[in-house]
Design a protein around this ligand. Structure first.
Ligand code: PLP
Length: 395
């Protein structure tokens, strides 16, 4: 059995989305900026996609800027806002949360090298930014605050509306990374109050290599990509017509089926979680039980390494992530778990299971069965575990 439980890393593209995209790779291939009929046909589709996305975000179509990824949207928002604000003499401080994705974390590090003061907001042991922590560090020379809506590793939902109000009280711009939020949470930019918001299609059953940044009308940020006049001269590069058409279709499908999918996914996740907690000892559940997206279950298994678990699950046909998928390849423990106060040796034994709409209860049970076996097998080989159980007294 092949079971994909890594929807936080990426999702399969919906067949309906692919069908919608295909004509724009073959018959309707014109450059959306060309003046001839081939170009006009593509431009019409791009314009419709922009309108559809704007309708979901509750903004104007000219507030939606297409990018090549969530990473690009995040980089553009943070660097673009900070650089523009500095140019306007409006601030040198950049505030992000300690549990941001690397797209924001490393963009902030880059800004630090350019002379900005970067402050990271701590999170509590559930992985949630405390509102008071922003109040303590924000000053009137803060250029931009960026806090993600839903975290990619533990799934916690952040108090964006409240944080955004504080940022605005001090004249700072507010950006939120909604890359992990999209299939599960309603995104209304007016309700959230944000100035900028990033999304990425491959996280919500759309194609890879296409994302968008919402920039509120009236907010000016520096451009990062210099080139043609695309995206109202703010982001050069030939428009990925098929990509944006696919992203709009995927977004519409997500919104139309959100309640149904959320219920289904949460049911599988909760069943899996309760089995893990009942059938495996020395396990720690990471994240908030209430305030979280329905897909993610993150556990730390004591006395074993996350990579060992991941590999043995993979041999059994089950795909998961250890730490952050986006930083896989790195054996460093997750910065998210460390920020939540998970001890480093326990953080090393962490796995993120992220369920999706196409998973079944049978798959959730199979994954739980295999996990129970694998943890027992790995612990048999762990001197520390045997010591703890009192079975080995001298190591
Ligand atoms: N932000 C978050 C929260 C993510 O989870 C990811 C990807 O994992 C990104 C940004 C980057 O998005 P992309 O893969 O489209 O570059």
């Amino acid at each position: 059995m092949n079971i994909y439980l890594d929807h936080g890393a990426t999702t399969p593209c919906d067949k309906a989305v692919v069908d919608k995209m295909l004509p724009f790779m073959t018959d309707v291939f014109g450059n959306a900026d060309s003046l001839h009929s081939f170009g006009r046909q593509s431009a019409k589709a791009v314009s419709q996609a922009r309108q559809d996305i704007a309708a979901v975000l509750n903004c104007q179509p000219n507030e939606v800027y297409f990018t090549a990824s969530g990473t690009e949207a995040d980089n553009w928002a943070l660097k673009g806002a900070a650089l523009m604000r500095k140019k306007q003499g409006k601030g040198n401080r950049v505030i992000i949360s300690a549990i941001e994705h690397h797209a924001i974390l490393t963009a902030a590090e880059w800004l630090k090298k350019q002379g900005f003061e970067v402050i990271k907001l701590p999170v509590n042991d559930k992985g949630i930014v405390e509102i008071a922590s922003l109040e303590q560090v924000i000053t009137d020379d803060t250029a931009v605050v960026s806090v993600m809506y839903a975290n990619n590793e533990v799934g916690t939902i952040q108090p964006i509306r409240e944080l955004c109000k504080i940022a605005h009280k001090h004249g700072a711009l507010f950006h939120t990374d909604c890359v992990q939020a999209v299939p599960y949470l309603k995104l209304d930019v007016k309700d959230l109050g944000v100035d900028m918001l990033s999304i990425s299609a491959h996280k919500f059953y759309g194609p890879k290599g296409v994302g968008a940044l919402y920039i509120k009308n009236g907010v000016r940020i520096e451009k990062l990509l210099h080139g043609g006049e695309q995206e109202r001269a703010q982001r050069g590069g030939t428009t990925n017509t098929a990509g944006v058409v696919g992203m709009a279709e995927a977004l519409k499908l997500c919104v139309a089926n959100m309640d149904k999918n959320n219920k289904h996914i949460a049911k599988l996740r909760d069943h899996f979680e309760s089995r893990v907690l009942k059938e495996i000892e020395f396990v720690r559940q990471n994240g908030d039980r209430q305030n979280r997206i329905p897909s993610v279950a993150n556990f730390s298994f004591e006395f074993v390494e996350g990579e060992g678990i991941l590999m043995l699950l993979d041999f059994s046909g089950i795909a998961v992530s250890s730490g952050s998928a986006c930083a896989s390849g790195s054996l460093d423990p997750s910065h998210v778990l460390l920020s939540m106060g998970v001890p480093i040796e326990i953080a090393h034994g962490s796995i993120r299971f992220s369920f999706g709409k196409n998973n079944t209860m049978e798959q959730a049970d199979y994954a739980a069965d295999k996990l129970v076996e694998i943890i027992a097998r790995l612990r048999q080989m762990s001197p520390l575990f045997n010591l703890k159980k009192g079975e080995v007294h001298n190591v």
